[in-house]
Write a protein that binds this ligand. Structure first.
Ligand SMILES: Cc1ncc(C[n+]2csc(CCOP(=O)(O)OP(=O)(O)O)c2C)c(N)n1
Ligand SMILES: [Mg+2]
Length: 555
């Protein structure tokens, strides 16, 4: 009878579930796992920091719809990955993190890198558990994948003690499991669906909010039909952009504050009333706003503000139910006073930013910067954004026509996600153009991973929007008086690693530099000087209704 080891059993269990790609950073005790992966012909991408391993794996999962699997070594290697678990947890994105661990048989003796890893991962994971026996590994893998995808998705953590990885076991004694099927797409109660349609059809000022839960459920076809049949103006969340195209006539994202404040009914789909949507509360929303909430997690219904109607189920299924129930009878008048008011507000807001978008000043402002990036991005590019002002302006300026093609820090507000997200996205979609746009400070967290991109031949375009948040000869965030002469030359990192590098100080140089970078076919980095005094257009509300906020930038 053939003998094998725990590491090989893990790889075989993953392979039987369709996993062919690993995100890893090698180290003890993962040797037997990674060599089994090589033998099985799995593609392994080795990163420079475990935070990036976990972040790349989750972005791969979101873009591809397949589980992203991260593999890290024990102790500090595993704890380095925890911030990546927190962003997957905040995003409700499925992923599996596998951590090597010290020997179970030496627990408490101070074994090499002995660390309470299961406990450390637990608050951010739907399941955090240590293997007890190499023969049961397929069962743990199977249960972990089910938990990652079922209900509200999220990360799971499996802890692999060294003695379980290296245990010799008979293949025939291993309890192999069938591949985990995709979770059932649950629908909502038909009576509740009927009530929801009545409520929407009877409202004067309805507004649909589309979150990345709808993107994750792949509800784009159903949502578009819903929007058009009910003539619902809609606003996407930052990562819900593109589920219904941003250039759809009913997209009112550029009248956001006005729409939220004046809606009498909000349909919330795969999104939460968290800080991104201002908790659904006044002053950002009307105090008596009615809510139709389409949500996979029953606990979330009525969170922050009461739901008038709660529809528990998978977004794709429930939206199809709403469309069917609505029939054609519910079609609203095409030009209501509400739509007209929204269009006027959109017009006012567009006029507000027009001078910045159209600026021909040599020193580039962020709005003009994104206009130039848009000009070189194809319609199906994947855009990944990071930074404070840089990310805020990207959300306004990027017009997404396809779902799951824009990633940013989202609910987690975690700077540094963009570089590893871009790697995960490019690995998930090898034929797509991936553009990764970073604030100069944000670039710092995972900037070293541009080396990973070069090493693996990933033709990502990295851009640094360099407004001197970090600058030579000054403490951080002292960008006042910043000029190109003070700039840190991030593009030289790319030179050092062998990719294509560009430095851009003025507007006329920007487009040709981006075009050269894209034409190079290599991993590239374009470091662009941005006017440090150019801010976002004045906002009616601060981004977070909280006292004592720290301010960054040119004050
Ligand atoms: C992991 C993490 N650490 C710290 C912060 C706090 N923070 C928010 S924005 C920011 C600086 C962003 O600077 P930059 O990327 O240059 O953005 P921009 O100049 O475009 O505003 C920091 C440190 C954070 N959000 N996340
Ligand atoms: Mg900056």
């Amino acid at each position: 009878m053939a003998t094998t080891n725990g590491g090989a059993v893990l790889i075989e269990a993953l392979r039987r579930n369709g996993v062919d790609t690993l995100f890893d950073l090698p180290g003890d005790p993962m040797g037997a796992v990674l060599s089994a992966a090589r033998q099985a012909g799995m593609q392994s991408y080795s990163f420079r920091h475990e935070q990036a391993v976990a972040m790349a794996a989750q972005a791969y999962g979101y873009v591809s719809g397949r589980i992203g699997v991260g593999m890290v070594a024990s102790g500090p290697a595993m704890t380095n990955a925890i911030t990546g678990l927190t962003t997957a947890w905040a995003n409700c994105w499925p992923m599996l993190l596998v951590g090597g661990a010290s020997e179970a048989g030496r627990r408490g003796l101070g074994d090499f890198q002995e660390t309470p890893q299961v406990e450390a991962a637990a608050p951010f994971c739907k399941w955090s558990v240590a293997m007890d026996d190499a023969r049961r590994i397929p069962w743990f893998v199977s249960m972990a994948l089910r938990k990652a995808h079922s209900g509200r998705p999220g990360p799971v953590y499996l802890d692999f003690p060294a003695d379980v990885i290296n245990a010799r076991v008979e293949e025939a004694e291993v309890s192999w499991e069938a591949a985990v099927p995709a979770p059932e797409r649950l629908g909502a109660d038909p009576a509740t669906v009927a009530r929801a349609v009545q409520l929407i059809a009877g409202s004067e000022r309805p507004l649909l909010l589309i979150g990345k839960g709808a993107a994750g459920s792949r509800a784009e076809t159903e949502l578009r039909e819903f929007v058009e049949r009910m003539q619902l103006p809609f606003i996407p969340s930052p990562m819900g952009k593109g589920v219904v195209p941003d250039d759809h006539p009913l997209c009112v994202a550029d009248a956001r504050s006005f729409a939220l404040r004046n809606a009498d009914l909000v349909v919330l789909v795969g999104a939460r009333f968290n800080w991104i949507f201002h908790f659904g509360q006044p002053p950002r929303f009307a105090p008596d706003v009615k809510v139709v909430q389409v949500e996979i997690d029953p606990d979330e219904i009525g969170n922050s503000i009461p739901a008038t109607v709660g529809l528990v189920g998978d977004a794709q299924t429930v939206i199809a139910q709403l469309v069917n129930e609505a029939g054609t009878a519910a079609r609203r008048r095409l030009e209501s006073p509400w739509l007209q008011a929204l269009r006027e507000e959109q017009q006012r807001n567009a006029e507000g930013i027009a001078p910045m978008v159209g600026s021909e000043e040599p020193l580039i402002n962020l709005y003009r910067f994104f206009r130039e990036l848009d000009a070189v991005a194809g319609p199906d590019s994947i855009l990944v954004d990071d930074g404070e002002s840089t990310m805020a302006v990207s959300r306004v300026m990027q017009v997404m026509k396809e779902p799951r093609r824009r990633l940013d820090a989202g609910v987690s507000g975690c700077m540094g996600v963009a570089v590893p997200y871009a790697l995960g996205a490019q690995i998930a979609a090898p034929g797509s153009r991936v553009m990764c746009i970073n604030g100069d400070y944000a670039f710092g967290w995972n900037g070293m991973e541009v080396e990973t991109a070069v090493r693996h031949g990933l033709p990502i375009l990295f851009v640094v929007a360099n407004n001197g948040s970090v600058r030579k000869g000054a403490p951080v965030f002292q960008s006042a008086g910043f000029t190109a002469d003070d700039a840190i030359h991030y593009e030289r990192m790319m030179e050092a690693f062998g990719g294509h590098a560009e430095f851009v100080a003025t507007l006329p140089e920007l487009r040709p530099a981006l075009e050269r970078a894209l034409a190079s076919g290599k991993t590239s980095l374009v470091n662009v000087i941005i006017d440090p005094s150019a801010q976002r257009k004045p906002q009616p509300f601060s981004w977070l209704d909280r006292l004592g906020r720290m301010r960054y930038g040119a004050e």
